[in-house]
Unconditional design. Sequence first.
Length: 156
Amino acid sequence: MRGLDVRTERYGSADGPVIARVMGDVGVNNADRLATLLRDVLAIKPRLIVLDLSETSGVGSMALGVLVQFSKVCKREGLRMRIAAPSQSALQGILLSRLDSVLEVFATLDDALDGESACNGPVRMAGGKPASGTGTMTGTVPTSGEWQPPPSARPA
């Protein structure tokens, strides 16, 4: 199992968007850590947060729930959150759970930063091939509006 890391950088000016590069395994064992790392990104309060998921693997339903929750909190705070260049496993999870109707998903980092071509319909990956997947996904997605890491990630 690969670890999880999130690296952030400002794009352009000092008040420009923040790119959060999520790298590694984003499965059930790291969903709590993802929540904590994203909370740190939220504290920066940029107008736009772009989550680059191109270097992720093992994206599970709990991690997808964290992304949905993070998106809701961003909206409530008047911030925008976009997903850029999802890896095949991240994209499959997003599409199978139909979260592409809830999350702003962009095929490339440049598209997410430009905001001009949000994916409405099939997400097209490199080479212009439409992404596809079949099957079912199980698990729960949090629906409350309060951004909290899962109980196991909270301090005692």
